[in-house]
Design a binder for this molecule. Structure first.
Ligand code: C2O
Ligand code: CU
Ligand code: CU
Length: 502
């Protein structure tokens, strides 16, 4: 039996009792394919079939214009719909875009602002929502799958940005069963909340680098998800930065630059290092750290963000490149993780004007107090045989997501200890809506370790066999989702609902 032959033909995502499961039919099982079917592929797309141009100047994301007239307000419209992208010479790629661009326009608002964004869903025949990933917005404004916006209709999301909420957030669709697909087709954008007074010197700039993952067929189209994608999460052939492959940036030598790194891929783990330049971590998902932390390499799992200051201290090329990271892979076709150059910085001979140093203290972060409740969430993967074939399940506490079920009831304003236990064979990046949490410890193989710094986060990788303990407090009532941010796993059931009561 050729292992490559197994399962391509039987790939289907079907609805069973209202939930999506990945199902493969018996005749596609290993060992059943005794002859013929030679052309079937496991589903791992051939690597590098389409060549993308590299070395273009890094583009800045287009800014979403603020249409509000008075101060303290941000008002705009985001229209989701079909668009055409040109990733490779001579190839038109049909994508989904916000206001015609992918990644979507950069939203920049300020702490204290009142935000009003009208979402116009112009996606053909598909409901969608806009979810404000990581942001402290009311539950009914957060684009939950329970609040779909039908194709051809509009709705306005309104929320206030509280003081202290400055951070690197993002937005993406969250409709039931379609999130993974709408995101890989192009719908994701960055939402930066700026503080009123920023401790990071303005001379460092503030550059967003959003990573997406593109798989392009030879005809320029975006192929559908395969069984391999559903199991492992979709990993593409090209990691793009602001929609470009390995773009370039030129800086004078001695310069310091502030970067906000976003992993907006469906499922690619990015372990990164800056070859030829020194990285300092200054912030995470929910804003600045207490103090800068020097870093040799960083891991950004799907949906995570980091803010860095990079010092370009010697002339020549400095490149941001991927390193190996084994996050667990099912079946053949594990993509190459290491050695991808994502961004090339040309550090010129011209010396930069002197810039102020990075302050030693950035802001205080008080540790969340003693938890009133503790909860345990166990992540598992299952494969079960049934009459129609084999079924993959991605479960939390033994259950797959059900929109009509409340999994956990919590009390607004109360600190909780959440223990996320990964008993599965793959890493699962855990995310919860509506708040930022503090990771307090990791446990693996009986060893307990503390994080290197206290930080506000909304997504944390939980490695295979690892338990992560975190403190969190939800301040706004209503239903909130928590899930694995490998979007195919979320689609296949690895999601639950916590109902926060006033
Ligand atoms: Cu990025 Cu449920 O979200
Ligand atoms: Cu979210
Ligand atoms: Cu997962």
């Amino acid at each position: 039996m050729h292992r490559r032959g197994f399962l391509a033909a039987g790939l289907a995502t079907v609805l069973v009792g209202g939930r999506a499961v990945a199902q493969m039919q018996m005749d596609d099982m290993p060992g059943m394919d005794m002859g013929g079917h030679a052309g079937h592929d496991m589903g791992a797309a051939p690597q590098g079939t389409v060549v993308l141009p590299e070395g273009e100047v890094l583009r800045e994301l287009p800014l979403l214009a603020n249409e509000a007239t008075g101060p303290g307000r941000f008002k705009a419209t985001l229209t989701a719909g079909s668009a055409t992208a040109r990733f490779a010479e001579g190839l038109d790629t049909p994508i989904l875009a916000y206001n015609g661009t992918s990644p979507g326009p950069l939203i920049e608002a300020v702490e204290g602002d009142r935000v009003e964004i009208t979402f116009a869903n112009r996606i053909d025949n598909e409901a969608s929502t806009i979810h404000w990933h990581g942001m402290p917005v009311p539950a009914d404004q957060d684009g939950n799958p329970m609040d779909p916006v039908a194709a051809g209709t509009d709705r306005t999301y309104s929320f206030d940005l509280p003081e202290g909420s400055a951070g690197s957030y993002w937005y993406h669709p969250h409709p039931h069963g379609k999130t993974a697909e709408q995101v890989y087709r192009g719908l994701a954008g960055v939402f930066v909340v700026k503080p009123k007074a920023d401790p990071i010197p303005a001379a460092y700039g503030d550059t967003v680098l959003v990573f997406t993952d593109l798989r392009l067929a030879a005809d320029g189209t975006l192929p559908d998800n395969t069984m391999t994608d559903l199991m492992n999460g979709r990993v593409g052939d090209h990691v793009l930065v602001n929609g470009q492959k390995n773009p370039t940036l030129t800086v004078p030598f001695g310069a310091k630059r502030r970067f906000r790194l976003y992993n907006a891929t469906n499922a690619r783990f990015l372990r990164l290092s800056f070859d030829g330049a020194a990285m300092t971590i200054i912030g995470t998902d929910g804003g600045l750290l207490e103090a800068p932390v020097a870093a040799g390499d960083i891991l950004l799992s799907p949906a995570e963000r980091l803010e860095l200051v990079v010092s370009f201290d010697k002339p020549g090329a400095a490149s941001l490149a991927t390193l190996d990271y084994d996050r667990g892979w099912m079946g053949p076709g594990r993509p190459a993780d290491a050695g991808l150059t994502l961004l090339t910085v040309n550090v010129s001979q011209t010396e930069a004007d002197p810039v102020p140093p990075l302050p030693d203290r950035l802001r205080p972060i008080a540790q969340l107090g003693a938890p009133a409740v503790s909860r345990r969430f166990v992540f598992t993967e299952t494969m079960a045989m049934n009459a129609s074939g084999m079924e993959m399940g991605f479960l939390i506490n033994g259950a797959a997501f059900d929109m009509k079920r409340i999994d956990v009831v919590a009390k607004a304003g109360q600190v909780e200890l959440w223990e996320i236990v990964n008993e599965a064979d793959m890493d699962h990046p855990f995310h919860v809506h509506g708040t930022q949490f503090q990771v307090i410890e990791h446990e693996r193989g009986g060893n307990i370790s503390k994080p290197a710094y206290r930080a506000w986060k909304d997504t944390v990788n939980v490695a295979r066999g690892e338990t992560v303990r975190l403190l969190l407090r939800q301040d706004r009532p209503g239903p909130r989702m928590y899930h694995c941010h490998i979007l195919e796993h979320e689609q296949l059931g690895m999601m639950g609902v916590v109902d926060v009561q006033a």
